[in-house]
Design a protein around this ligand. Structure first.
Ligand SMILES: NC(=O)c1ccc[n+]([C@@H]2O[C@H](COP(=O)([O-])OP(=O)(O)OC[C@H]3O[C@@H](n4cnc5c(N)ncnc54)[C@H](OP(=O)(O)O)[C@@H]3O)[C@@H](O)[C@H]2O)c1
Length: 425
């Protein structure tokens, strides 16, 4: 019966892999959950092992002495300040971990190694990708593109597996909907906190992101569905040595999701949420500038922000082949936030509103400052579609699907049960 090692066991994707495998005790006799911290209790077939993946190969080998398994799921992630640092740190964690498995001889029994990466594979953090994104799309390499740590991790994995006669699987999830505490990218918790504070301030629910993106399309990944995929792909013979997009299977848009978020938290979407804000903001800025004797460009109080992404959008690399030369989509993309969420989360009225909610409901006050406001701002602020094809996995038998709204609602419910959010009325 197979056994597993899961790194990143406390992360938004890793913890669901641990729980998914642990559900099927007939299938997965033993699951080793690895991370630096232990945040919750596990079922009996799961053993938690402390490990620091930034420590030396020898140090890790010592920690892994009694940790054996046939399937490895690598879902650890360290967020750094630059792409080069991400490349170095996340590449070294994977490489040293694999070397430690060699040192302990664990590797002899290993059948497959699954690496969790994401849609940055297609440069979605740099601007508009080619849609739909398919696994055969060329990697964005060359001097015009910044280092992409997923390419480094995949190259390390491919080489290691070739040298040691092992099989690999890589997953590309996008905009993950899941439960985790204190992690780097968590859109569900930040969305819920934004809604709760809007309610406390007796406001409408205003979409803070890009007016353009509100009516565009995104592909989301339920962390539970991703975990089901990992359990399936580890054992599916046809999945060996392949990379797969892993998304819910519906294509969603905030024009459909936002009113549901509002309704869940007992709020209403502001009917003219885009038009009115532009007018209000302009009036506010002009008023401020007049009062302070400043020209408008000196006024830094604007709630909005607009940040250009890479000089070229990823799709520009295929412009000639796709007949898109001169098309607007090849130009620089933007992150447009009509309410910049980092600025918003630092406002005194906002922070006080959260403290009122937390105090009244007996919640952890630090949840708000730990929320990933920059990440949510990025997710909602893009001005381009993100559509990921699931065809490759479906063609070899994957049948998994999740409704994106139901995934989000399920996570809100979980966060309420975990007392991260107050119980909804
Ligand atoms: N979150 C998203 O929306 C999203 C979307 C698409 C792709 N992805 C990708 O999915 C992958 C996994 O990310 P995630 O979002 O699931 O990560 P996450 O929620 O931030 O969790 C990171 C995990 O890595 C562990 N970790 C970090 N540093 C470690 C170290 N030095 N030693 C041991 N463990 C360490 C953490 O555990 P401890 O802190 O307890 O050690 C935690 O379990 C990444 O490649 C990410 O880019 C994420």
């Amino acid at each position: 019966m197979p056994s597993a090692i899961v790194t990143g066991a406390t992360g938004i994707l890793g913890r669901e892999i641990v729980f998914e495998l642990s559900k099927n005790r007939e299938q997965w006799q033993k699951v080793h959950a690895l991370s630096r911290s232990k945040k919750e209790d596990y079922p009996p077939n799961v053993t938690h092992n402390y490990i620091d993946l930034t420590s030396s190969v020898d140090g890790m080998a010592k920690d892994l002495q009694n940790v054996r398994a046939e399937y490895i799921f690598f879902a650890a992630y360290l967020q750094k300040d630059s792409e080069q640092e991400n490349w170095d740190a996340n590449g070294a964690m994977l490489s040293n971990f694999l070397q430690a498995l060699l040192k302990t001889d664990t590797i002899k029994g290993v059948k497959r190694i699954l690496l969790v990466t994401g849609a940055k594979q297609y440069g979605v953090h740099l601007g508009a990708p080619k849609n739909p994104m398919t696994e055969s799309d060329p990697w964005l390499t060359g001097e015009q593109w910044p280092p992409n740590f997923y390419y480094n991790q995949q190259t390390i994995l491919h080489k290691f597996c070739k040298e040691h006669g092992k099989e690999w699987v890589v997953t590309y999830p996008n905009d993950v909907i899941g439960t985790a505490t204190g992690n780097f990218m968590n859109l569900a918790t930040a969305t819920a906190l934004y809604a709760l504070v809007s309610k406390e301030l007796e406001q409408y629910l205003v979409f803070p992101g890009s007016p353009d993106f509100y009516t565009r399309f995104d592909s989301f990944t339920s962390s539970k569905l991703h975990a089901e995929f990992c359990a399936w792909a580890a054992l599916e013979p046809r999945a060996g040595n392949q990379a797969f997009n892993v998304v819910n299977g519906d294509v969603e848009s905030w024009q459909n999701l936002w009113p549901k978020v509002a309704s869940y938290f007992g709020l209403k979407v502001k009917p003219d949420q885009f038009r009115k804000r532009q007018v209000d903001e302009k009036a506010h800025i002009t008023d401020m500038a007049g009062k302070l004797g400043l020209v408008q460009s000196d006024v830094q109080t604007s709630q909005s922000s607009s940040s250009p992404l890479a000089e070229q959008s990823p799709i520009s690399s295929r412009a000639e082949e796709l007949g898109l030369q001169g098309h607007g989509i090849t130009q620089q993309s933007n992150i447009d936030q009509q309410i910049d969420l980092i600025k918003w989360s630092n406002r005194d009225d906002v922070k006080n509103a959260w403290l009122n909610v937390a105090e009244r409901e007996g919640l952890d006050k630090t949840t708000f400052e730990k929320a990933t406001w920059g990440f949510l701002g990025f997710v909602l602020g893009r001005n381009y579609d993100l559509v990921m094809s699931s065809s490759k996995a479906r063609k070899i038998g994957w049948r998994g699907y999740r409704d994106t709204w139901e995934s989000l609602e399920e996570v809100f419910n979980e966060l309420e049960r975990a007392k991260v959010l107050p119980k909804s009325e």
